[in-house]
Design a protein around this ligand. Sequence first.
Ligand SMILES: Nc1ncnc2c1ncn2[C@@H]1O[C@H](COP(=O)(O)OP(=O)(O)OP(=O)(O)O)[C@@H](O)[C@H]1O
Length: 286
Amino acid sequence: MTPTVSASGLSLRFGGTVALDDVSVRLRDGVTGLLGPNGAGKTTLLRVLATALPADRGAFTVLGHDPSTTAGRLDVRRTLGYLPQTPGFHHDFSAFEFVDYVAILKEMTNRTARHQEVRRVLEAVDLSDVRSKRIKKLSGGMRQRVALAAALVGDPGFLVLDEPTVGLDPEQRMRFRELIAQAGEGRTVLLSTHQTEDVAMLCHRVIVMTGGRVRFDGTPAELTARAAGRVWSSTERDPGARAGWRTGTGSFRNVGDPPEGADLVEPTLEDGYLLTLDGEPAEVAA
Ligand SMILES: Nc1ncnc2c1ncn2[C@@H]1O[C@H](COP(=O)(O)OP(=O)(O)OP(=O)(O)O)[C@@H](O)[C@H]1O
């Protein structure tokens, strides 16, 4: 199957900071998680793929469209839904007015068809009941759903979500996960997040970045397997552990290189992620 997004050798610097360093990825249908510490280059990669920022080097296509030409860039934008890290709401707009405004920007000129589409996406994110409320009166979780509805306008084949669950309470996050999972059915979704749980529960694939580079690209099970035999329980904090903490039951959970005869426990995706980051710089100065 041809990938929806095919990127090779993407590199970008901001002055002395290397934000992307030779990034190559191929994305297919379903939800791919993008994990990495602050400053790893996640938002930069998303902005480049969303054609909001040109890369210094490298190339990519989205559904066969090449954004290096003006016409190709327009084609990519027509097939794209983008939920940025800080959505630029007009807070005095109602949810309906805001999503309608985004639909106008997406070139939907037929008013009847456009309003039908706006109602469809607001229904999809379960906001039909509050569509006439001003955005400033909505909760944080509802605002994120308005932003998701705006990204879903026009049924894009490629959906880019930049930390959409940040600041949400557990119930809202769960609700948002459901919506992202639905959005990933028959569509390619790239989800940047700091929540390893989001990745474990939602994603068929995970990419880990640090210092502008891809350090891991595989399934969540493969990332978890990186910590196999490297997580153990002990009564005291093990001085040889890379990370160790007392759990609610009073015993210590250690991650790293276990001593002989250690009481090994089942690793999580977060353990695999932490061990992948181990020793890697979060940001790289050129
Ligand atoms: N517009 C900019 N001007 C200068 N430097 C920038 C700019 N945008 C990003 N950077 C730098 O590029 C690097 C990558 O930043 P980026 O925002 O892509 O990381 P991130 O992984 O998304 O981090 P976070 O998880 O904090 O959002 C960082 O060192 C950041 O300071």
